[in-house]
Ligand binder design. Structure first.
Ligand code: TXA
Ligand code: MG
Length: 322
C-alpha cells in the first residue's frame, strides 16, 4: 500500500473505502488515526485485528459537526456545551452518554462513548465524505509509538491499510486530552494536546485528575470488567449436565465446536471468522443478558489474532462470577 497525497480526489477515494468497510490511515492534528466506519462493527473489528490489540479498548468516534454529535451521544449539561464551543475542533475528546445506534464493539460494552472533532482539514473532509462518524485509535501497532507522519503509518501498518492519506506532519503531535463529564464533575482521563489549565479557565472550575490505574481510565485493564448481568462460565470449567433443567445460553465460536441440545445457542461466527466473531461478541452477550437466562456458558477461543481480544473479554466476564 502506498501513500496518497491528501487532495480532494484521494480523500474521496479514502471515504469510499470507509463506506465499504475498509481501513484508512488519516492525519489529525494530534496523531495519525486508523479509521473505519464507526457504525459498522465488522469494519471496527478490523481495527483491533490490524493493530494487534489484545483487548477491546473502547475507541474514539471522530465527527465533523455538532449535528453528527447529536446522532450518537446525549448531551445533558451546560459544561459539555462550553467545552465544545471553546475547544472543538481541537485536541479534546469528551466521554459522553452514548446513543443506542453505536455498535458495542466501539464502546467495548460501556454506556458511554468517546467523541472528538479533529482540527484537521483532511480529517474533517474525510468524515464529511464518508457520511459517518469514523472510529479511530492511533494508527500504530499495539505497544508501539504513535505515528505523526504518513510514513510512520506506512512503516507499521502499510500492507494492512487500504489507503493512507498524507496530510503532512501532525501539528500537535500528542494524543487528545480526554475528559469525562458527569452531572457534578469533570474528570481528566488522559492528559493530552489541550492543557488542563485552558480547560479549567473555560469552565471556571478545577477538574479532577484520576490516576491511570483507576477503574474509569482503563476499564479494559480490570480483571473483571464488562461482565453481563447474569453468571457466565466457560464450558470447560463446569459440568453441563448439572444445568439441564435451567435456562442456559450457550455461546460458541463456530459450527464445528460442540454438539449440544440446549435451546439457546449462538455462534459467534458460523464459518469460524474471527473478525465476524469479534463484531458479534458484545451483541450476543447483550441479547443473552436480556433473554431471562440463569446462566451463559461460553467456549474458550484460541488466543491468536483477534481471538486474544475476544478471549480477554470473555475471561474478564467469567472472572466476575468465579
Ligand atoms: O488524539 C487522539 O485521541 C487520537 C487520534 C487518532 O484521534 N486517538 C487516540 O485513540 O489516541 P486511542 O484509541 O489510542 O486512545 C483512546 C483512549 C483509550 O485509552 C480508551 O481507553 C479511551 O480513549 N476511551 C475511549 N472510549 C472511552 C470511554 N467510553 N470511557 C473511557 N475511556 C474511553
Ligand atoms: Mg493509542
Amino acid at each position: 500500500m502506498s501513500i496518497y497525497k491528501a487532495n480532494h480526489k484521494n480523500i474521496l477515494l479514502a471515504a469510499d473505502e470507509i463506506k465499504h468497510g475498509g481501513l484508512v490511515g488519516f492525519p489529525t492534528e494530534t496523531v495519525y488515526g486508523l479509521g473505519a466506519d464507526g457504525m459498522n462493527s465488522t469494519a471496527v473489528a478490523k481495527i483491533f485485528e490490524t493493530k494487534n490489540r489484545p483487548t477491546f479498548n473502547p475507541l474514539i468516534l471522530h465527527i465533523n459537526s455538532v449535528e453528527q454529535l447529536d446522532s450518537i451521544a446525549k448531551i445533558n449539561n451546560a459544561k459539555t456545551n462550553i467545552l465544545i464551543n471553546n475547544f472543538w475542533p481541537g485536541p479534546l475528546t469528551l466521554v459522553l452518554k452514548k446513543k443506542e445506534c453505536i455498535p458495542d464493539i466501539v464502546t467495548a460494552g460501556n454506556d458511554t462513548v468517546a467523541v472528538r472533532m479533529p482540527a484537521n482539514k483532511t480529517a474533517l473532509e474525510l468524515i464529511y465524505l464518508a457520511e459517518t462518524p469514523i472510529a479511530a485509535p492511533s494508527a500504530n501497532v499495539f505497544g508501539k509509538l504513535s505515528p505523526t507522519t504518513a510514513f510512520h503509518v506506512e512503516e507499521q501498518l502499510g500492507d494492512k491499510v487500504d489507503v493512507i492519506l498524507d496530510g503532512g506532519k501532525c501539528k500537535v503531535g500528542v494524543e487528545s486530552t480526554i475528559l469525562k463529564i458527569s452531572e457534578n464533575e469533570v474528570i481528566l482521563l488522559r492528559p493530552g494536546g489541550l492543557s488542563v489549565e485552558k480547560i479549567e479557565t473555560a469552565l471556571n472550575e478545577k477538574i479532577i485528575r484520576k490516576n491511570i490505574s483507576e477503574e474509569i481510565i482503563s476499564p479494559g485493564l480490570l480483571k473483571s470488567h464488562y461482565a453481563p448481568e447474569i453468571p457466565i462460565r466457560f464450558i470447560d470449567d463446569i459440568n453441563l449436565d448439572d444445568y439441564r433443567n435451567q435456562n442456559v445460553g450457550v455461546l460458541l465460536f463456530d459450527r464445528n465446536s460442540y454438539n449440544f441440545d440446549f435451546k439457546e445457542i449462538k455462534y459467534l461466527s458460523k464459518n469460524g471468522q474471527l473478525r465476524e466473531a469479534a463484531a458479534n461478541l458484545f451483541v450476543y452477550l447483550h441479547e443473552f443478558e436480556n433473554a431471562n437466562l440463569d446462566l451463559i456458558v461460553c467456549e474458550k477461543i484460541n488466543p491468536v489474532g483477534l481471538g486474544s481480544a475476544i478471549m480477554d473479554r470473555l475471561e474478564k466476564a467469567v472472572n466476575k462470577y468465579s
